[in-house]
Design a protein around this ligand. Sequence first.
Ligand code: GDP
Length: 323
Amino acid sequence: MGVLAFLKGKFQKKQPDQYDRGLSKSRASFGDKLAELAKRYKTVNSDYFEELEQILVEADVGVALSLRLIEKLLDKSKKEKINDPSAINEELIDMMFVDYVSKGEDIENEIRFAKGGPTVLLVVGVNGVGKTTTIAKLAYRYGKRGKKCMFVAADTFRAGAVEQLKVWASRLEVPIVCGKAAADPASVAYDGALYAKEHGIDLCIVDTAGRLQNKSALMDELVKTKRVLSRAIPGAPHETFLVVDATTGQNGVEQASAFKDCTDLSGVVITKMDGTSKGGIILSIRDEIGVPVRFIGLGEKMDDLEEFDLDKYLHGLLLGGSK
Ligand code: GDP
């Protein structure tokens, strides 16, 4: 059974959920266009494949991955004499699925908690991508599950960032450790980790500055922050998440690859999926930097953060609005 048939069966009776709603713009520019294309052609030809490639690139699947998929499709179509446009589209979905899974889909997307002590999550990303909101959403998510969360405002460069995090800390009633303005971010991170240890915190979320303009300074800062964290709590940081704004398209992919050069990432959080028609960015990031997407932001509310689920994502991208 192909992936499309599998998804139809799996989500047969379900009402549209957050994925389906949040991906409606992407579905209009990807799933709906694929279906429309298949209706317009009786059999596939070079024009068909050209249009298909265009749809993939416009959905931000990324040029490299789009070309690879089209080449494989052409090959399969020739070898197995598949000429029916709908069958080709189904092959495409299978290939997108297999391509993602082959990079290790067995990964647990929820935060992996350390045993016997605080779990430290370092969050990186440039300003405006939704980093603070994502930090708040994560604390809300795990707070609801009974985990004691806290924030560390180690983005000491921007006074606004510290203030914003303080507002979230008070709304969510979680403790926050801040340094003085322009304090060494690593020293604030260290104080935060000690606080977490002394107060029985389960999840200590450290906000960092994301100034990509100066890559070597950023790298030095992250190396130092990680070193002091591990001195305070062995094994810390247990997770390092990069936050990427889906609406920035290929720019976001470039940011991801620049951060990957600066530090080891254990996951990516893609925000503002609800505001973009370019939902293919998830496949593109995974393809180009090899780091799994762990969560996606599908709105501005606290519970608009979902664990990334490939089946739900593909369903939302292709079928979510249809019955
Ligand atoms: P930061 O500068 O990276 O910390 O960004 P903020 O957390 O302040 O977010 C910037 C804006 O993006 C705010 O208006 C957020 O409400 C909005 N935002 C964050 N995540 C999402 C999301 O998943 N969907 C939508 N629609 N907006 C989001």
